[in-house]
Ligand binder design. Sequence first.
Ligand SMILES: [Zn+2]
Length: 570
Amino acid sequence: MSFKYPPDIDLRRLLHFESDSGSIWLGDRRMVLMHTNALAALRQDLMSSVGPEHARRILTRMGYASGLSDAEYAKKMRPGESLQDSFMVGPQLHMLEGGARVTPFKLKFDIQAGQFYGEFRWDNSWEAYAHRQKFGQVDDPACWTLQGYASGYTSAFMGRLILFKETLCAACGADHCQIIGRPIEEWPDGEAHRVYFSDDSLMDKMEALQSQVEALKSTLEPISHGGKLIGTSTAFRKAYTLMQKAAQTQVTVLLTGETGVGKERFARALHELSTRAAAPFIAVNCAALPSELVEAELFGVEKGAYTGAHAARAGRFERADGGTLLLDEVGELPLAAQAKLLRVLQEGEIERVGGEKTLKVNVRLVAATNVDLEQAVLAGRFRRDLMYRLNVYPICIPPLRERKSDIEHLAQGMLVRFCALHSKRVLGFEERALRALQQHDWPGNVRELENLVERGVILAAQAGMVEVEHLFPNQPDAVQTSLNAHGHLARLPSVQDDELSARILDSGSSLDEIEGRVLDHAVARARGNLSEAARLLGLTRPQLAYRQKQRQSSAVPAPAADLKSEPGAL
Ligand SMILES: [Zn+2]
């Protein structure tokens, strides 16, 4: 019986050489090209240092791990095709990766029933060759990583442990190798081979259990995290320490920072670390309140104070009594409300709209803003006396791009949270996805990261990994070169590219200048339409806006205040 492989162009497309970044990728997995000479030397060292039995175990497990990894692609590369074609992803990848030429002889399986029987022939096994090179002709089969690969791949594909054994091996003098695979229970000596794989299945179980526990924990945990915020970067720790110190006092705190840096979370943590933790935490977004209702919302209203005030109502100050009140986007408060707020801060008393008596309130005020209040004062939009009153203890929360070492930790925390929220089991982030997160500019800061991770969790396969495409679905592929159908590298830099680069170098311009010119050119070509310009450049609109801001801030000596007063990028 002969089997025909489906075309492997889909698998070749997974392979990318990124020489600029010094990486090779198979889909989302980082690969490495290794010399078989080096692997043969490693094999020899292992044999002499830990003995043949352990060496075999280590190498088999290495192959097993590769096979497990490649089985991920069987699940997703050939949707809608026959199960047999899906299975062939393994042997075809094994060939593409240079293991051996794999020819299937017999293949029968039924995933539901857990039945499997397979016979394959291997020609040109690199491992048989390397083994013979070091040890000459041997009595026992020696293609351990290859055999581990076949077992790992098939076990993951079938969802049960399938053991492959070599019945013929080129290391023993045959002109090719031959393998047979079946469920481990069906081999008379199967149990003796379990030692090669058993730890892995244990690890899988542990991992599954652990992620269940994590998911459970995050469902049980209230939204409050006891003042815990994630971050170990210097910039973040500095802000956090300031906040911790303020928590012990009653001081009014002003939180500054770009849109999306997590000001409300900081305010909440401050509340939870303070002696007021048992009392209410009330947050108001001043920009979201209609200006005619601001005062009623903040200070309360008496019945009949204005048309529509059918009943007396407590304001946010009253509701926060004993606790903490966050006034977010405080820079957006109308001037009349600012005057009233100032009086409340001075007297510690409020007066409801339409009311005559005053009420004592005990509230710690936390104000937050992403505009520069000093600038707002100069523009006549904010009272100077109120600014001084609020700006007693300012804490600036750093933008995400200044605390990149926190990104992975933050993203992992969000992943666990969103897995619980969306009832999904996602194992983690692929390496390329993590790298893309590191390289992104984050104009929308932690909130943008949160949105991306949530989308990633939703798009990732059940029990799969979050891949770069799940996070940045519209991003053009960063791939530089890949293998074409003939196995040659495609899309190498063209002569024109080289000439262009040479002309740029000869012009003596700096990279920043060139970036600036390209940005300007794109904006001009898009006739000032920034979304269109961003599309031309392969950027998102916030990324383009961010780059433009960066250029302005490095061109003019002190324009930081101007830039901050622009609305955030989200
Ligand atoms: Zn062999």
